[in-house]
Design a protein around this ligand. Structure first.
Ligand SMILES: Cc1cc2nc3c(=O)[nH]c(=O)nc-3n(C[C@H](O)[C@H](O)[C@H](O)COP(=O)(O)OP(=O)(O)OC[C@H]3O[C@@H](n4cnc5c(N)ncnc54)[C@H](O)[C@@H]3O)c2cc1C
Length: 367
């Protein structure tokens, strides 16, 4: 058995034991809505977080393939990984690349142990796709900075131990942006829920009112925030969470489906698409690990894969509505279907909308 196959088998054993003990129920979009800090800690204790992070901090020091194998297994099982997902996917690599030695020792071991939840503070009421118009500002004072402004759609801020905030320290547009690690909760940070149509609370509006951040909490260099944020966004866009968010639903439906289902063609196409996305994804994570964050391939993968995820919800609905199926489809599959329907509109928006991604691809072609 190859090293990656052994790793895959280890994750499956871990997940089987968790499922058998009733520790979690599979969810669609579990990397965003499956918040379970205890699960994250158990995963950390099993050395299944931080596969690419250095051994000196408790990581495995592996390559992109190691991280991909673990991510694929966790997502396709619908495991509740939201408590540590952003921390491991983009925060720890950014602290490793740009952070001070003190920041690396403070944060990275905790990320690897599954002990920290990090929120990402990029979007603002008037700066989503056009991130360069960020208006949250940071003014230098004795020993640190005062941050004022509002971030919006901030996933998990109400659970987070810290939020990485992109703020303007000088200049205009892409120039003069900087990143700060703001510890939470904080008396000068107001976190208000933005509820989904289902009433659930996953993201927030976060307001900073002259919030003091010490110089020691600057992430990277003052003025280098745009480049740092783009690197993080590339990591955010490039993973299997862009085509596996609805996999638990598909799996549950397939389990219930009769072998002569008239949806067999659709199912075959879905499986072929997932296989294609996996192939592209393996290539894309290699590009990213080699430092190529501008790659059009990342934008292409996120664009077509998230459109596919939305399409699978429609296919799942057709399957559930096949004559005879409403009685065959299990309550668990129906619950996953409802969940996927609520989450699906966000698939092609979060991390950059598909229109914006098409712009990136066109610019790449013109280079
Ligand atoms: C589930 C979810 C979780 C999220 N979590 C976070 C988070 O944790 N942290 C965070 O910072 N943000 C988060 N976001 C915000 C997300 O990144 C933004 O919603 C997204 O970047 C779009 O920005 P906007 O909402 O301001 O829309 P706008 O930028 O106002 O776009 C509105 C519409 O105009 C189109 N448009 C805009 N510019 C162009 C252009 N140049 N060319 C063509 N069309 C264009 C867009 O495609 C879109 O259809 C989250 C969003 C969702 C849905």
């Amino acid at each position: 058995m190859s090293e990656l196959e052994e790793l895959r088998s280890r994750v499956r054993t871990f997940l089987s034991a968790e499922l058998a003990s009733g520790a979690f129920t599979p969810h669609c979009d579990s990397w965003l809505i499956g918040y379970d800090p205890e699960f994250s800690r158990r995963l950390g204790a099993a050395h299944l977080i931080g596969l690419m992070l250095p051994i000196e901090f408790g990581g495995m020091g592996g390559g992109p393939g190691h991280r991909l194998v673990v991510s694929e297994e966790l997502l396709s099982a619908g495991a509740p990984v939201a408590a540590h997902w952003f921390a491991e996917r983009q925060f720890a690599p950014s602290v490793l690349r740009h952070g001070t030695v003190a920041q690396q020792h403070e944060w990275i071991p905790k990320v690897i142990a599954g002990e920290v939840c990090i929120a990402i503070g990029l979007s603002e009421p008037d700066a989503g796709s056009d991130l360069a118009s960020v208006r949250t500002k940071a003014e230098q004072v004795d020993g640190g900075w005062l941050i004022s402004g509002t971030k919006v759609w901030t996933s998990s801020a109400h659970h987070a131990d810290a939020m990485v905030v992109l703020a303007r320290t000088s200049g205009q547009r892409h120039v003069g942006l900087s990143q700060f690690i703001v510890p939470l909760p904080n008396p000068n940070v107001d976190i208000s829920p933005i509820r989904l149509i289902s009433g659930e609370h996953h993201f927030n509006q976060v307001t900073f009112d002259e919030t003091f951040v010490a110089d020691s909490d600057i992430l990277g260099e003052i003025g280098n925030g745009w480049a740092q944020a783009m690197h993080e966004l590339a990591a955010e866009r490039a993973g299997p969470e862009r085509y596996l968010s609805t996999f638990p639903l598909l799996e549950a439906l397939l389990r219930d489906l009769p072998s002569d289902s008239r949806s067999a063609d659709d199912i075959g196409r879905v499986i072929a698409d997932i296989t294609t996305f996996r192939t592209i994804n393996h290539k894309v994570v290699e590009l990213l690990a080699a430092g190529d964050t501008s790659a059009s391939e990342i934008a292409i993968l996120k664009g077509i894969a998230t459109a596919f995820e939305q399409e699978t919800v429609g296919i799942a609905l057709n399957i559930a509505n096949e004559p005879g199926n409403p009685t065959l489809v299990s309550p668990a599959a129906m619950s996953l279907l409802r969940e996927a329907q609520y989450q699906a509109p966000g698939f092609t928006i979060r991390g950059g909308t598909n229109e914006v991604l098409r712009g990136i691809v066109s610019k790449g072609l013109l280079k």
